[in-house]
Design a protein around this ligand. Sequence first.
Ligand SMILES: [Zn+2]
Length: 196
Amino acid sequence: METKEEELFLCQLFGQDCRFVKFLNNTGRPVKLSSELKMVNNSNMRWTSSVTILPFSSYTWRFLGESSDSVVSCLLPDPYTIAFTNQYRWNVCYMDTDDTEPIFIGHKLKSIELQELKEIPPNGSRIVPLHTSSKEPASLKNLVLDYITRNKSCTEYEKLEIPDALKSKLTNLYSDYEELRTIIPTCPRCQEIHEL
Ligand SMILES: [Zn+2]
């Protein structure tokens, strides 16, 4: 007798009443978005996770609804009710560690709490844009440095006729952007990236 083996996807455990928060990166530079869930009654209990978002791309943060009661919850996104009734905060910064300019996340600088987005109904979503602190585009210098680091190998940019100070800036940026070169495949079932 032949049994058909079905592939199990993590997203099959998500349920139908998730909540979604979509972050749009309008800063022009790659950013790192991290979350922290802290339990109100026990500040020792905290969970963090982070993702990178490319310029003019978005990332949708998923929260589980009440219908999901999986035993493997440590692998799944945070449950919405637990997140909303405790302290849930996102922080955002540039992946370029030399660029310490704060970034607007929604209407706040650097960080925002889930509670500030109002309660989200089951299957509902919110959009949170990310902007430079001046709300102006990133500087041409930074855009060019990003372009070189993301599109040229280190041996290629070492040959460029540019000042040494800029070369060392490129070396730093090359290591800051290391993880952008590791492409995490999207899930074949839902096309999301399950890295949370
Ligand atoms: Zn999936």
